[in-house]
Design a protein around this ligand. Structure first.
Ligand code: PLP
Length: 397
């Protein structure tokens, strides 16, 4: 009798099932309702920054016949990224080590394709961003989860060490962390670098860090960000401009590695052929032409900080337990009911949309996004209070 193996689509569907159940369910049912205060995902709820739109308009005007010709990673865009990373890390970053991609999403897909051979293991820390598992499956890798303790989400080196096997090829590190808003400290990064240096020796090949850092420009209270690339040479950095510009539909980001990484020629060649093999997966000409203008721009961090005070401060006053993000758009809030999806349904009835923690492997919690408008925050706060009262009235809160 033939043994049937799940199709590739079935495997991908299984990896992404929790996300789809939310987005095809409560999210699509409520998203368009003008009375709903939407804290579910990091989408803009206000018109884009005028300076951003102006930069795109300027770059839309062709300056030569090749302006809209086929584009790969454009030298000017690579130069902009290398300049930015040299400033961040103090290294002399090589533009040739920058692969421009369609956002951080594609940069991650590319990193996994470059590093993973069938059966190789990829560790990520849970709660994670929704799509790591799916992208690892798509690259024929095997996902290995290492649990964070909530809500602190500190790096636990013993747990990571226990998850490493001879097939481990990479560890995904997402700092600043979605969904907790935490920034991983230099001491934690040093510890991880030591651990993976030893694991690379034991395995006879590098165990890479894939550093997913799209929120590194969204820093509150003067906090600093350090990339794992500063501490560990075999780090593949993935970045998206979608967060700093709060324009996630305009797909531009990159995959890159520091000048002291092993075997850079091979990484460049492998990344390039995979980008072709993934279907000319380079970002479009317009976004690359505009990149020098876009690089210094950032959403209004002071406005996000004020919203954090009002929204998370308000929730805490009501009696909710919520993380105070040092970065990112997100806070994790403890659900007053053990069943976070049940509590989220109560919030939905009060016209509030949040992301149930179960969707991001954080059962008993829910995630809120600071990208909601101020007006949504004002409408949402009394609704959060009413939902809390309702949960308490059940006797289970
Ligand atoms: N990584 C993390 C942690 C994210 O939160 C996101 C987006 O939400 C991404 C990667 C992908 O970013 P983009 O959609 O801008 O490519």
């Amino acid at each position: 009798m033939a043994i049937s193996t799940p199709s590739r689509a079935d495997q991908l569907r299984a990896a992404i099932a929790p996300f789809l159940s939310f987005f095809n369910g409560p999210y699509s049912a409520l998203e368009k309702d003008p009375e709903v205060a939407n804290f579910a995902v990091g989408n803009p709820h206000e018109i884009a920054m005028p300076s951003y739109v102006d930069a795109l308009k300027r770059s839309l005007e062709p300056r030569d016949k090749d302006w809209f010709a086929y584009k790969m990673s454009e030298p000017d865009a690579q130069q902009v990224v290398a300049g930015s990373l040299s400033k961040l890390t103090g290294f002399d970053w090589d533009p040739a080590d920058v692969q421009m991609t369609n956002g951080g999403f594609a940069a991650l897909a590319l990193a996994f394709r470059v590093l993973l051979e069938p059966g190789d293991e990829a560790i990520f820390l849970s709660p994670p961003w929704f799509f790591y598992d799916e992208l690892i499956v798509a690259a024929d890798g095997k996902s290995v989860r290492v649990k964070f303790d909530l809500p602190d989400c500190l790096i636990d080196l013993d747990r990571i060490a226990a998850a490493i096997t001879p097939r481990t090829r990479l560890v995904v590190l997402n700092s600043p962390h979605n969904p907790s808003g935490r920034i991983v400290s230099p001491d934690e990064l040093r510890g991880l670098a030591e651990l993976l240096t030893q694991a690379s020796r034991d395995n006879g090949r590098p165990v890479y860090i894939v550093s997913d850092e799209p929120y590194r420009r969204i820093l509150f209270d003067g906090n600093e960000f350090h990339s794992p690339a500063e501490f560990y040479p075999n780090t593949l950095v993935t970045y998206s401009y979608g967060k700093q510009l709060l324009a996630p539909g305009m797909r531009i980001g990159y995959l890159t590695w520091p000048p002291n990484a092993d075997d850079r020629e091979r990484l460049r060649d492998d990344a390039f052929v995979h980008q072709l093999g993934m279907g000319w997966a380079f970002p479009n000409a317009l976004l690359q032409h505009a990149l020098a203008d876009l690089e210094p721009m950032c959403v209004d961090l002071a406005a996000l900080e004020r919203r954090r005070e009002r929204l998370i401060g308000g929730l805490r006053e009501m009696g909710y337990e919520a993380t105070w993000p040092a970065s990112t758009f997100y806070s994790l809030v403890r659900s007053p009911l053990d069943d976070d999806e049940e509590f989220c349904r109560i919030l939905n009835r009060h016209k509030v949309l949040v992301l149930p923690g179960t969707i991001v492997e954080a059962p008993g919690w829910f995630r809120i996004s600071l990208t909601a408008s101020d007006e949504m925050v004002e409408r949402g706060l009394p609704a959060f209070a009413a939902a809390l009262d309702e949960a308490r009235a059940t006797g289970n809160a």
